[in-house]
Design a protein around this ligand. Structure first.
Ligand code: ADE
Length: 423
């Protein structure tokens, strides 16, 4: 439903009050973003900037948008996944906060891209992306707007990989800060955020008991490490599949079983892909699975599961519960696919908890401020979050958690900086 020509396209504006309560609830656990919002409100470092964000439209993202708005930016938002939008939050942003928001949970692909175009219509100077769909659309279909853009940020591993590929081929026309690569982002958001929210999404969708289950985690990057760790914590027997020998070795020494998916497919009860690649669970694997297997994806794109192949193999397909579709194979085995293979943590649950998004979005907010101050000095390509920002986010989070740490004495600092002292 159209809120009005400028204020976006949300499911139902009358959900705004509920959305406002969700935004305030998330803010309780986002002290670092709140502090930055206060600083921004006083100093207005983003005055006159137009920021377009293609992000999961959640209560945490709303707090980021409000912080940027407090800094003086005009913010527009669209969804970075068709299933991740929290409709009440989108309504509150559009109807109560003057943030044109184009996002409806369950939107089809055409609407998803129409919403990206609508956010781009604001002619952004800064883009915030999560998966690089907005940047790709800008570079392929809206090149007329490229001259307006000073720089951007990218939130996720998959997006950074896409942007690096664009940069290597010379296609990327402006600088983008890879927020994902800040330590205070991926070590926490990807690991503890994905770990907890993936278990949460699968539990909410299925009400499955984890204890004693065989859980197959495809991919042992930061997200896979988190998912494997939390599944083990729930009492599951965890099997990891990998293509990278170093990561596979790490999984072995972290105490997980490691094997090819061809073997894991025969024994797993629950399959979770977090590879960032395609067809981690593919055509050859589905017929090997046990009756009742649960298959979910927590990586950015739904191509991690080859659902086209599964559709082709199945003799029947039926919806059995919200976010659960059952595919029946010729021998009778029922394969339960969650959330259409889209990010299960954001589709069937609420995404990462606010406390961890606090750090990711503090990096986002401070990176946008960095762009406002230095945008002209950055060259087209993928850039790191400045180390000072990463460190400041850690210091602020520790302070918010009421944790103090030691400082080096001058003598210790001299020792660490020198080479003369040895055995
Ligand atoms: N990505 C993962 N969890 C998220 C959340 N809660 N909000 C926005 N983006 C997310």
């Amino acid at each position: 439903m159209q809120v009005d020509g400028k204020q976006g396209d949300v499911k139902d504006p009358s959900l705004a009050e509920e959305g406002q309560r969700l935004i305030e609830w998330a803010a309780r656990e986002m002290p670092v973003v709140r502090l930055i919002q206060g600083e921004f409100a006083a100093a207005k470092p983003l005055a006159g900037m137009r920021v377009a964000g293609c992000l999961h439209v959640t209560s945490e993202t709303a707090n980021l948008a409000l912080a940027l708005q407090a800094g003086g930016a005009e913010v527009s938002l669209c969804a970075s996944n068709p299933l991740s939008t929290q409709d009440p939050v989108a309504a509150a942003l559009a109807a109560a906060h003057g943030v044109p928001t184009y996002a409806i949970k369950g939107e089809d692909n055409d609407t998803y891209y129409a919403h990206i175009h609508a956010a781009l219509d604001a002619k952004p100077n800064v883009t915030l992306d999560d998966g690089a769909d907005l940047v790709a659309t800008l570079h392929t279909q809206r090149q007329d707007l490229l001259g307006e853009v000073a720089a951007g940020t990218e939130e996720t591993t998959t997006g950074v990989i896409r942007l690096r590929s664009m940069a290597e081929s010379g296609a990327l026309k402006y600088p983008i800060i890879a927020v994902n690569e800040a330590d205070t982002k991926h070590l926490f958001d990807n690991r503890y955020g994905t770990g907890q929210s993936t278990i949460d999404g699968i539990t909410r969708a299925t009400n499955v008991l984890w204890a004693g289950k065989r859980v197959v985690v495809a991919g042992y990057g930061w997200c896979g490490r988190g998912v494997a760790m939390r599944a083990r914590g729930m009492g599951a027997h965890v099997i990891v599949t990998e293509v990278d020998p170093v990561r596979a070795l790490e999984a072995v020494m972290d105490g997980f079983m490691v094997m090819p998916m061809d073997d894991a497919a025969r024994v797993g009860d629950i399959f979770i892909s977090v590879t960032g690649g395609m067809s981690a669970v593919g055509r050859s694997h589905f017929p090997l699975m046990k009756d009742g297997a649960i298959v979910a994806n927590s990586g950015h794109f739904n191509v991690e599961l080859d659902l086209e192949a599964l559709e082709g193999l199945a003799v029947e397909r039926r919806a059995v519960r919200p976010f659960v579709e059952q595919y029946v194979l010729p021998g009778g085995a029922r394969i339960n696919v969650l959330a259409e293979g889209r990010l299960v943590n954001l589709s069937a649950a609420e995404g990462h908890p606010s406390s961890v998004m606090d750090m990711s979005f503090a990096n986002q907010a401070l990176s946008v401020e960095h762009i406002a101050k230095n945008g002209g000095g950055l060259t087209p390509g993928v850039h790191s979050v400045p180390a000072e920002i990463d460190k400041r986010v850690a210091q602020l989070k520790l302070a918010a958690l009421d944790v103090s740490i030691d400082a080096l004495t001058p003598e210790q600092a001299r020792y660490l900086a020198g080479w003369e002292a040895g055995t």
